[in-house]
Design a binder for this molecule. Structure first.
Ligand code: NAD
Ligand code: DAU
Length: 361
């Protein structure tokens, strides 16, 4: 079996669902350790209720005793670390949780895994993998014309979030170099797709548009992100887990660079087509430019050639097919959205956008 951390969050849950649904892995159980912060949501995993292949444990990756006990009991052949505080804007309002989980939590997890790995028999020890899921944000920001981030790009994290992820990447690297722990690291671009928490750009725009609220675009909206459908990220992780070279990092991306304002217009156009407004106006009339994010990175772009050339991975979705599926998923799943818009969510929206903005309230 495998141990997944953060498997009740957006990417981790998509990973668990895809893993157990796949012909290759479906018979290999998953232990899912998640703290269930505001971002963790068991509704996403509801289809696995009563499924013996999925063991959910609520807990913290920084709880060394709990992690040690889980490893000893379940004897996983791999640990895949998704658990993190993941939202840049929250890291600006309150960085401490990011240091706690992304830095200290990863350190404690690495130590617990190292102790477990040291106790394995020779063949299990050799086969064992620790895969750390990271982000392109560790590389910093690109100018308009600079080439996309390769794995050799220097680390230049700019936000508390990206600095904490960079720190965790360095710890993972050092645990391989110093202790020989068999690690793999993936650095992926912006994901989108089903079960994405509506504090992030694409799901926020969809839910606000449908609620008749403003669509808050930071600054001029010309910041560029490189978008990948979440299930393509999950397939890349499975590929790296199976065939990645020990100690290596692999960039994951789909060559889909887009300015934010284009993303928002695309979402609006899809909603105009799939759920037209009664008065015939476009959802784009709800777009409002708001104060920019402090220290906002201007451009990310991922060069995924290493993963493609070495491991033969390619994304299945184009941006056009993936964003259509995503908008359709949100239209088909209003209950999931309603359930995540808890009091804690409303509190965050008020803090970030101001009560008077009436965004998502
Ligand atoms: P998310 O915020 O949706 O989910 C994070 C999950 O981790 C939640 O279920 C939360 O409860 C859990 N968690 C938080 N702290 C924990 C702790 N101390 N112990 C155990 N569980 C804890 O995040 P996501 O978007 O699914 O991102 C998953 C991983 O992928 C993160 O490491 C993130 O840095 C990385 N990543 C995200 C993106 C993206 O676009 N979302 C892109 C590249 C990399
Ligand atoms: O690049 C990978 C990263 O992508 C991940 O490591 C992070 O975990 C993930 O949250 C994401 O970070 P971003 O900051 O790029 O994602 P977010 O959805 O918050 O914002 C995307 C862009 O949209 C960014 O340029 C900020 C802008 N934005 C965001 C929000 C929430 C707006 O203009 N308005 C908004 O209301």
């Amino acid at each position: 079996m495998i141990l997944v951390t953060g498997g009740a969050g957006f990417i981790g849950a998509n990973f668990v669902l895809d893993w157990l649904a796949s012909a290759d892995h479906g018979s290999e159980p998953v232990v899912n350790l998640d703290k269930l912060t505001y971002a963790g949501n068991l509704d996403t995993l509801a289809s696995l209720q009563g499924d013996a292949r999925h063991v959910f444990v609520q807990g913290d990756i920084g709880d060394a005793a709990l992690v040690g006990e889980l490893l000893a009991t379940h004897q996983p052949r791999a640990v895949i670390n998704f658990a993190a505080e993941s939202h840049v804007d929250r890291s600006i309002h309150g960085p401490e949780d990011f240091i706690q989980t992304n830095v200290l939590g990863t350190f404690r997890l690495l130590e617990a895994v190292r102790q477990y790995w040291l106790g394995l028999g020779a063949s299990q020890k050799e086969a064992f993998r620790f895969l750390h899921v990271s982000t392109d944000e560790v590389y910093g920001s690109l100018s308009k014309t600079a080439p996309a981030f390769a794995e050799t790009h220097p680390y230049e994290p700019n936000s508390p979030y990206s600095a904490s992820k960079a720190a965790s990447d360095h710890l993972v690297r050092a645990w391989h170099h110093t202790y020989g722990l068999p690690v793999l690291t993936t650095n992926c671009s912006n994901n989108y797709g089903p079960y994405h928490f509506p504090e992030k750009l694409i799901p926020l725009m969809i839910v606000n548009a449908l609620a008749g609220k403003p669509l808050p675009v930071y600054g001029d909206g010309m910041q560029i992100r490189d978008w990948l459908y979440v299930k393509d990220h999950c397939s890349a992780i499975r590929r790296v887990l199976r065939a990645g070279r020990l100690g290596e990092t692999y960039n994951v991306g789909g060559w889909n660079e887009k300015p934010n304002i284009d993303i928002v217009h695309t979402v609006c156009a899809l909603l105009d087509e799939l759920r037209p407004k009664a008065d015939g106006s476009s959802y784009a009339t709800q777009i409002t430019h708001v104060t920019d994010r402090p220290g906002h990175d201007r451009r990310y772009a991922i060069d995924a050639r290493k993963l493609e050339a070495e491991l033969g991975w390619k994304p299945a979705e184009t941006f056009e097919t993936g964003i259509r599926k995503t908008v359709q998923w949100y239209l088909a799943n209003p209950e999931w959205v309603a359930n995540v818009q808890s009091g804690a969510y409303r509190e965050w929206v008020g803090k970030q956008y101001g009560a008077s903005a009436e965004v998502g309230a």
